[in-house]
Design a protein around this ligand. Sequence first.
Ligand SMILES: NC(=O)c1ccc[n+]([C@@H]2O[C@H](COP(=O)([O-])OP(=O)(O)OC[C@H]3O[C@@H](n4cnc5c(N)ncnc54)[C@H](OP(=O)(O)O)[C@@H]3O)[C@@H](O)[C@H]2O)c1
Length: 348
Amino acid sequence: MEALVCRKLGDPMQDPNNSGSPLVLDKNHPIPELYSPTAVRVRVKATSLNYANYLQIQGSYQEKPPLPFIPGSDYSGIVDAIGTAVSLFKVGDSVCSFTALGSFAQFIVADETELFRVPEGCDLVAAGSLPVAFGTSHVGLVHRARLTTGQVLLVLGAAGGVGLAAVQIGKVCGAVVIAVARGFEKVQYLKSMGVDHVVDSANQNITQSVKDFLKSRKLKGVDILYDPVGGEQTKETLRLLNWGANILIIGFASGKVPVIPANIALVKNWTVHGLYWGSYKIHRPGVLEDSVRELLSWLAKGLITVHISHTYSMSEAGLAFSAIKERKAVGKVMIIADGGEKTGRSKL
Ligand SMILES: NC(=O)c1ccc[n+]([C@@H]2O[C@H](COP(=O)([O-])OP(=O)(O)OC[C@H]3O[C@@H](n4cnc5c(N)ncnc54)[C@H](OP(=O)(O)O)[C@@H]3O)[C@@H](O)[C@H]2O)c1
C-alpha cells in the first residue's frame, strides 16, 4: 500500500517523492494485519491534516514517537476486513475514527470499539475531518466551559480547523459568536456562516472592534475565550473578558505561549482550562466517544458543516502542509488516500 512515512524530523512542506524529505511516500508499505479478533481493517478514504501533524513531523509536538512512523490522526474509510469476534461492523461499512499515529496510509487497523459509524447521507471525506477539529471544540465548549445560550463566545484563529468548528458549535449552542481571522476571504466566509461579528486581524484593532460590537448589542464583555493562537492575540483579548469568564487554552499557532496573570484571574474569577483533547482517550474515553457521536448526529442533521478548502493526494503532502503553514486553509485540509484524483486546488 501507499503510506507517508516520517523517516527523520524536519519541515514537511517538501515533495514526499524526494528521498531527502522528512516525509517520504512509500509505495510498497506492508498492509497492516488484523492484530486481534476484534480488530477491523479500514481502507482509508480521507485523512485530515491538523496543525499538530505539522508540529510532530518537525519534532516540536508534545508527543514524540520513535522514528520511523506514519503520522496522521483522524480519518474515514470503508471497512475492508474484520476479526473473527467483531460484532459491531461488517465489510463495506462507512466509518471514521482518530488515532495517535498511522492514518496517512491507504489502510489502517483499529479495534472495533475505536470506530464510529458514519451516518447515512454524511459525506465520507467530511467525516474524516470531524473527530479532532470538531471534537476538540465540542469538548472544550460544551463539556469544559459549559457554553449556554446568550453567552458571548470569542474565537481566535476562527477560520482554521478548530476555530471554524468552535464558531459553528457556538452557533448551535445559541451563543453570540465573535470571530477573529486574517484576510478578506476568511472574513467573508465567516460572515456567510452567520457569525455575529468578525474582526479582520490584518487591518482592524481587535480590542476596539470587539468593544464597539459589544456596545452596539448592549453586552458587557466576553464570557468564553476560545484560543488556538496564543501570543499577542491572547494578551489583547484578555482585556475583553467578563467577570467569571472561561478561557480555553487550545493551542499556540502563533508560536508564542501566552502569559495569563494569576492576579487578574483571581480578581476577575476567571477559569482557565488547559485542554488536551487527545488525552481524553486515556483519562475520559466516554466523554470523547459521546462527543464524536453527537457531532456525527449534528453533521447528519445539517446542524454543522465541514468546510474543506483544500484536498490533496498523498504524493502532494508537501503542498497540503504548505496550505496549513501559510495560513491559506479555511476549515480543513484533507489528503485523499484512496488513490483519488489529484485535486490539490483551493475550493475557496
Ligand atoms: N488542545 C488540543 O487538544 C488541540 C486539538 C487540535 C488542535 N490544537 C492546536 O490548535 C492550534 C490550531 O490548530 P488547527 O488545526 O485549527 O490549525 P489551522 O487550521 O492551521 O488554524 C490555525 C489558525 O491560527 C491562526 N494563526 C495565527 N497566527 C498564526 C501563525 N503565526 N501561524 C499559523 N497560524 C496562525 C490562523 O488564522 P489567521 O491566518 O486567520 O490569523 C489559522 O487559521 C494548533 O496550535 C494545534 O496544535 C490543539
